[in-house]
Design a protein around this ligand. Structure first.
Ligand code: SF4
Length: 245
């Protein structure tokens, strides 16, 4: 592996950047320092296509996608939830939790659908997989960048699960000015995110952008990834696993 830059700034952080760095610093290095993303899988491409189609419809644009009946039915189930909302809303905030321009961005996110008090993130798979950290990040962004009144919600919606029912299942988190039984404090939520980022930036600070070997992976958790063929660790692991098989 060769380096593309002598100085690396990991900001702005996003949910996908944070998850990538948490799971494997080697992959983070390949993805964000070398800027190699790997070939997307068919389910990933399908998910992106469905996201793009929902976005176009919500924006009232002519859709470039040909829907299957299942996809159109899925949209009809969720449309009342997001009617009148904005699609693909880009939000950025700085590390002091203030709205900012891209150049100063500390945290960045694209909201699939936003109705002010409600943020919706589409999950296009067949299972109900989600991560609370993603909701926390969208909540911090939405509360700050849009200066909305509390309380408000972040909801993961699963348009392709339980398709025989009238409503798509969802998982919703509520955020408010203070922590209550029903709501997370937005200040504490942002501090939690910041603590995670501080830890990751501390690790990255110790890594030399010119030395790929400094970006240590979590090999125990490695199941391969989209950039495995750029990863020296995986090649060694694979050889080792093949040798003892
Ligand atoms: S193959 Fe494994 S160790 Fe290598 S970058 Fe991907 S996740 Fe990390």
């Amino acid at each position: 592996m060769t380096s593309s830059t002598a100085k690396f700034n990991p900001r702005p952080w996003s949910y996908s950047r944070i998850k990538c760095a948490q799971e494997c610093l080697t992959r983070f290095y390949i993805n964000y320092v070398l800027k190699i993303r790997g070939q997307a899988t068919v389910p990933m491409l399908e998910g992106s296509r469905k996201h793009a189609a929902f976005e176009e419809i919500l924006k009232g644009e002519e859709t470039h996608y040909i829907y299957t009946q299942e996809e159109w039915d899925a949209w009809l189930r969720v449309e009342p939830l997001v009617r009148g909302g904005k699609a693909e809303v880009k939000l950025t905030i700085n590390e002091y939790r203030q709205h900012c321009h891209d150049d100063d961005a500390y945290l960045l996110g694209y909201l699939d659908a936003c109705m002010g008090h409600l943020v919706v993130d589409w999950k296009m798979g067949q299972g109900m997989m989600y991560d609370k950290l993603q909701a926390d990040i969208y909540a911090a962004l939405n509360a700050t960048a849009q200066n909305i009144q509390w309380p408000f919600m972040v909801s993961f919606v699963f348009p392709f699960v339980d398709v025989d029912k009238d409503e798509a299942p969802s998982v919703t988190f509520t955020y408010g000015r203070n922590t209550t039984d029903h709501a997370d404090s937005i200040t504490e939520t942002f501090e939690r995110i910041k603590a995670i980022i501080d830890g990751l930036e501390g690790e990255i600070e110790l890594c030399n952008p010119d030395k790929a070997g400094d970006w240590e992976p979590n090999l125990d958790a490695c199941m391969g990834c989209l950039v495995w063929n750029h990863c020296n660790h995986y090649t060694k692991e694979l050889q080792w696993r093949t040798t003892i098989a």
